[in-house]
Design a protein. Sequence first.
Length: 277
Amino acid sequence: MMTYVKSAMIAMGCVLLLAMVATADETEDLAKQSQNPIANLISLPFEFKASFNAGSENNTIYSMDVKPVYPANLGDWLLINRFIIPVIYQEKLEEGQGSKFGLGNINYQAFFTPAEAGNIIWGVGPSIYLPTNTDDRLGVDQWSAGPAAVALATPGHWLFGILAQNIWSITGEDDEPDVHFFSAQLFINYNLDDGWYLTSSPTFVADWEADSDNTWTVPIGGGVGRLVRFGNQPVDFKVQSFWNAEHPDNTPDWSVQFLSLIHISEPTRPRRQSRNP
């Protein structure tokens, strides 16, 4: 299994390098749509992440998040359906444990957002975590839910945004720990020529059930990406690295992320920014 996971990382890196030398004919508008988590765009992102120095054994956690996005047209509104499906391979983290491979808690997010975007693109809706974990070490056997919101602005070549949620456990096994956490993912992108862009999208997490010394995870870092076309197929590639300036005991202190986002279809009705009369 370890060999398979490392081979997958190498393959992802090779694909990324291939993308970086591929001929790209992309507009900045499409690049920004790719960077917008609530764009009116059917897409299939894959995010591969390696998190290092976890547990008392200082081992590695590998994960692949499949994140399909499907927008539904509700007239003056769009309903952006987002799923995060985590597949995890976890090396031995503590003495006496073995490695573990399986599925984590699937997260479903639904954002209601105006079909006619203004200067600020925004959306609100529920975020729900399902007890789909195949092992206690890969998730929690609890149904959890809470409110989520996203807001973005795209001045010039920039894209700034935040996606935040606060989650509570609502039902599950009595012997399972309660869930109560906050997360906020920032989006900072500067778009260059030929589909290239600089990016930083750290996710800050606060576990409100933990003691004060183990509440926050604060990553610092960023990377580079490029949106290219293979024939008529737009694909977005991105690589980032983060150092956790603050993190709970025995959790990873740094990570590397590779992301590929496949555009299934471009928007059938482009979201135009409203103009003031």
